[in-house]
Structure formats: structure tokens, C-alpha cells
Write a protein that binds this ligand. Structure first.
Ligand SMILES: *Cc1c(COP(=O)(O)O)cnc(C)c1O
Length: 425
């Protein structure tokens, strides 16, 4: 359904993604003049002729090459659906990607990526700390399929990655470097360009090493991994892109060639998003820049307030990185803003952190992030509770650590809420 006449320019003037979120990939004449795309709540699509149905299947199943003027026709909603295709077309704009695939969750996008591009005997190197669900998939499930998964510490840069790959013939078997940056919950950065360099060095004629980046925390507004040499960008759309904490979804972006392979797996895993989710995400995308900009500004006020508070020992916030910080150069090169995730240590331990969390009134005590409402949680006992205590300590996940996802509320109200809650510490 992708419309080749879809324009991203006015004459020589290149339009910004935020201007295209209300129109790109959809034309009102397709749907009775409706300005907004309807929800295509259908499982199957009628072919005009048997010949057309045959041609659609030939393309979908790769039975022959697609002609230049041919697009993949609509067949059945496990393969494609306009509510997802419009979403995917719009998602490509922020990261300037050739193609995108949407999924029913962030985890579905990560798992489908793993099972598309990894095979028994392959090595997957991944940065730590990493999202808990990803950690379980990599540590427990993938090894059961003969995939060797090798963590490397986000804080150690190239030396950490090289050390992890130096054992045995790991370099020769390396198939993917998977990174999450900034790392959750301490906002440590992984240099994507460095990972791309290592991947290129390990690539041979018959083995292309891919770099995949989970861009949930800063993307798609504030970090564009493809520009730094990544091959695949992954999202939990549940977070900033959905942005209202009312849906679960995921996406992967990259070259046409890689996304076509990924969509083939998606068809047989059945891990695509549904039309209703796609439609909700189209609404969300229209305000994505507004929301993420407001959240970013609010976070600066909140982080500065926390930094000066006598009951706060330490604040992890990208906007506070000093020139002497080892992450500063990577930040300058790779990130367009500090985003809106803050972690901080309350003076004391778990009891003090819990007292703070139990007294917040405006900010809600919940995991997840990126929504319009501010959320606070306790990584050591919640999102990262399955990380062994020694590893938690190594990653800076102390009992006193609280993670904040800053929403679009008035920043003075958020500060007033933190202020009264900190009085109970
Ligand atoms: C939430 C999250 C995921 C998983 O996404 P779901 O939509 O919950 O499946 C993956 N990576 C990161 C960084 C996340 O925050």
C-alpha cells in the first residue's frame, strides 16, 4: 500500500518528520475522504482477480523478484495491514530508515530479531546492564538454541567488548553486537560507532556482523543509531512513542533487505501488532515531538533540583555529564538531548528509598517509562530484581537508587511533590 508518490519535500524544501506525522503514507481518497486513516479492523483482504491474488503471494513468499512498479499487495493481517503499514512508513522518518516492521511488543521485536539473524553456533555480544526481559531472552532462552551470548559492561567501552570477544573463537563466530544505550537505570552510554567498527572488523565475505541498538530511551527524537553505523534500531513503542501508557508494542528499523527478512519471520511467528494498536500509535506519533520536548525540559528542572538536595547523594542524568566524564565525548557525538530519564540515590538505603516512593503523590509508583505521566520505581527490587546482588553493585544499582521517568506535568508541581516526599526520608 506504500504510495511511491508520497512526498517528503516541498520543492527544494525538506519537510521535518513532525510535519509529516499527520499525512505521510496515507491519502484521504483511499477511505471516503477521511482525514484520519480509519482502523483497518479486518483479518483478510479481497483480491480483485485470481491473477492478482497469485501475484501478491509470489511476492509475499519470495517466489519471484518484485518488479520495480510492484508493491506487496494486501493479503491477510498476519502479513500486512494498512494500519501497520502507515505506522511503519511514518516510523522510518525519524531515524531516516529505509524500512520498519512493527510488533505486538518491544520483546516481540527483540525476540523476532534474534530468531531471524542468529543461528546455532553464533555468538551474540550484548552490553550490560540491559532491559530485564532482554537479559532473560539472552541469558536463558537463546543458549538453549545453541547461541552463545556474551555480555560486556557498558562502562568499559571498546576494551570491555574486545575482552568479551577474546575468548576462544568468539570473534569468528560473532553474528551480532546488541546494545542498549543509554543503559537502564544509570544512563551509562555505549559508543555505537565503536561497536560498528568492531562489527566491520569481524565481518567476512560470508558472515556479516550486525549491530542492533535498543533505542527506547532516547529515540526516535534524541538519538539516531543508523547514522552512527548501526544496522538495526529496536524500540519498545510502549514507552515514548506510544507515550500514554495505554498500549504495548515494538518496532525494528533498518535497510529494506534486513527488514524484509525480519518481516518473513514475523509472518510465521505471528508477532505483528494488531490494527487497533497501529491506529493508537498513529495518534501518538502526531504529538511525539511535543511530548518528548516537554518531558526533556521538565527533566532538566527536576535533575537540577535533585542535584542540590541535601538528602540526595547522586544523580544520574545525561544533562549533568561533565567534560571529564568518560561518556562525555560519546554523548556529544551520539545524543541530541539528555532525554527525560533520571536516576538518583537517596541518602540511606532501601528504607529511605521506599519512604520517598511511598510518599509521592503526583508521580505514580510504577515501572515502565516514557508516558505523559511521571513514574518512579526502585530498580534494585523491581525492574532489576533478578540481577544478582554482586552484579547490581557492579552496575551501580544500589538499594538507595530510585528511577524517575519525567512526564509532561508542570515542572514546579513535580518538584513540589519530590520536595514533600523527601521530607519523609
Ligand atoms: C520496556 C522495554 C523493552 C520491552 O518492551 P515491551 O514493549 O514491554 O515488550 C525493551 N527494551 C527497553 C529498553 C524497554 O524499556
Amino acid at each position: 500500500m506504500k504510495d511511491p508518490s508520497d512526498k517528503r519535500t516541498l520543492g527544494d524544501h525538506v519537510l521535518s518528520p513532525e510535519s509529516l506525522m499527520m499525512s505521510y503514507g496515507y491519502r484521504p481518497e483511499w477511505s471516503e475522504g477521511a482525514v484520519k486513516p480509519p482502523i483497518f479492523q479486518t483479518s483478510t483482504f479481497a483480491f480483485r482477480t485470481a491473477e492478482e491474488g497469485k501475484a501478491f503471494f509470489e511476492i509475499a513468499y519470495g517466489l519471484r523478484e518484485r518488479r520495480n512498479d510492484e508493491t506487496l499487495g494486501l493479503i491477510y493481517s498476519r502479513l500486512n495491514n494498512p494500519s501497520l503499514e502507515i505506522l511503519e512508513d511514518r516510523l522510518t522518518l525519524w531515524d531516516d530508515a529505509e524500512a520498519a516492521a512493527s510488533f505486538e511488543s518491544g520483546m516481540a521485536s527483540i525476540a523476532t530479531t534474534a530468531f531471524t539473524f542468529l543461528r546455532p553456533g553464533d555468538v551474540l555480544a550484548f552490553s550490560e546492564p540491559i532491559y530485564g526481559g532482554t537479559e532473560y531472552l539472552f541469558h536463558v532462552i537463546l543458549p538453549e538454541f545453541g547461541i552463545e551470548t556474551v555480555p560486556f559492561p557498558a562502562v568499559e567501552g571498546r576494551a570491555g567488548l574486545e575482552a568479551a570477544l577474546s575468548e576462544g573463537d568468539r570473534r569468528e563466530r560473532l553474528a551480532m553486537i546488541y546494545v542498549e544505550t543509554p543503559a537502564n537505570p544509570t544512563n551509562r552510554l555505549v559508543d555505537i560507532g565503536m561497536c560498528a567498527e568492531v562489527a566491520r572488523e569481524c565481518t567476512t565475505e560470508d558472515r556479516r556482523v550486525l549491530v542492533a541498538v535498543d533505542n527506547t530511551f532516547l529515540g526516535p527524537l534524541w538519538q539516531h543509531p543508523l547514522k552512527h553505523g548501526a544496522d538495526l534500531v529496536l524500540y519498545s513503542l510502549t514507552k515514548f512513542v506510544g507515550g500514554h501508557s495505554d498500549l504495548i508494542a515494538g518496532a525494528v528499523l533498518g535497510s529494506d533487505d534486513l527488514i524484509t527478512r525480519l518481516k518473513a519471520t514475523r509472518t510465521f511467528f505471528g508477532s505483528m501488532a494488531g490494527p487497533w494498536t497501529g491506529w493508537l500509535l498513529l495518534r501518538s506519533l502526531e504529538t511525539l515531538k511535543l511530548r518528548m520536548t516537554s518531558q526533556m525540559k521538565n527533566a532538566r528542572y527536576v535533575a537540577d533540583y535533585l542535584l542540590d538536595h541535601p538528602k540526595v547523594d547522586r544523580v544520574y542524568y545525561l544533562g549533568h555529564l561533565g567534560e571529564n566524564d568518560p561518556d562525555f565525548e560519546t554523548y556529544r557525538r551520539q545524543c541530541l538531548s539528555p532525554g527525560s530519564m533520571i536516576s538518583f540515590e537517596v541518602r540511606g538505603g532501601e528504607a529511605e528509598a521506599f519512604r520517598l516512593l511511598n510518599h509521592l503523590q503526583l508521580t505514580k509508583l510504577a515501572v515502565s517509562l516514557g508516558g505523559t505521566e511521571s513514574l518512579a520505581e526502585h530498580p534494585a527490587s523491581m525492574t532489576h530484581s533478578d540481577v544478582p546482588p554482586a552484579d547490581q553493585a557492579r552496575m551501580g544499582i544500589t538499594p538507595a537508587l530510585v528511577r524517575l521517568s519525567v512526564g509532561v506535568e508542570n515542572p514546579q508541581d513535580l518538584i513540589a511533590d519530590l520536595s514533600q516526599a523527601l521530607e519523609h526520608v
